[in-house]
Write a protein that binds this ligand. Structure first.
Ligand code: SAM
Length: 233
């Protein structure tokens, strides 16, 4: 039995059947219904590189950042299988969602509404194999290295100018440095992480440009990029 075949929307998404996906959605299919392996229609479409199906599912309300049992989102499925078009559609959906959330947050602040203590105001700590926030929750762990290496391979596949959002432990950035690229821009918002970047010589690397700030706030300083990578929020 092929993956996803017990859920018609998963099956149509996996096979890239755009009109069937549209029909099923029109008929009321649940855009979030995953198959017995925990993979959603969006993940099936991303895994198989069906960018148009990915767009349709996002328009129908599929959450771009939902994860499977192993903590992998649709973007991971697209990146792991080198489907740049599907990856870009998901990345754009993520950026749009962040911009909207950012605008709502700014509006709330203007109105004086209470907001949670921001991660960016907390101290973070590095240990040998992880980066932890104040509540001892892991922001990044070394075991994610193979995934980061795969991401770097995809984003650097055409060389040129590369953008990474979120330095963390510098795993993906170290991998990106292993490729023949023209420039490497890194956006990092956390002061402690930024301090670590400076202390470990990232500002002196000849092709590296660091933009310190939230990506939402440094957009005017950005150029155009041949490969883009963004942390998973
Ligand atoms: C999961 S870590 C990234 C790990 C990185 N990919 C690596 O290979 O080590 C996320 C990073 O994004 C940073 N970050 C969080 N919010 C951000 C924002 N709005 N703009 C830029 N960076 C942000 C965090 O401080 C953290 O360093």
């Amino acid at each position: 039995m092929p993956a996803g075949s017990e859920v018609p929307l998963c099956e149509a998404a996996a096979e890239g059947r755009v009109s069937d996906v549209e029909e099923l959605l029109k008929a009321g299919a649940d855009v979030c219904e995953h198959d017995s392996t925990g993979i959603s229609p969006l993940m099936h479409a991303a895994k198989n590189g069906h960018a148009l199906v990915v767009s349709r599912l996002l328009e129908a309300g599929a959450p771009w950042n939902a994860v499977d049992k192993a903590g992998r989102c649709a973007g991971d499925y697209a990146a792991d299988n080198a489907h740049q078009d599907a990856f870009d559609v998901l990345l754009n959906a993520g950026i749009t969602a962040e911009l909207i959330l950012g605008a709502v947050e700014r509006q709330s602040k203007k109105k004086g509404e209470a907001t949670n203590k921001s991660y960016l105001d907390e101290r973070v700590e590095y240990s040998e194999d992880r980066l932890m926030d104040e509540e001892s929750k892991a922001v990044m762990m070394a075991w994610e290295s193979p995934l980061m290496a795969a991401h770097a391979k995809v984003v650097c596949s055409a060389g040129g100018d590369i953008l990474n959002v979120g330095f963390g432990m510098g795993i993906v950035d170290t991998a990106i440095q292993g490729y023949e690229i023209t420039s490497h821009t890194i956006i990092e918002a956390h002061p402690d992480v930024y301090a670590r970047m400076l202390a470990t010589g990232w500002a002196e690397k000849p092709n590296v440009r660091i933009l310190f700030g939230r990506w939402q706030d440094v957009i005017p300083q950005l150029g155009t990029y041949d490969g883009k990578h963004c942390y998973k929020a």
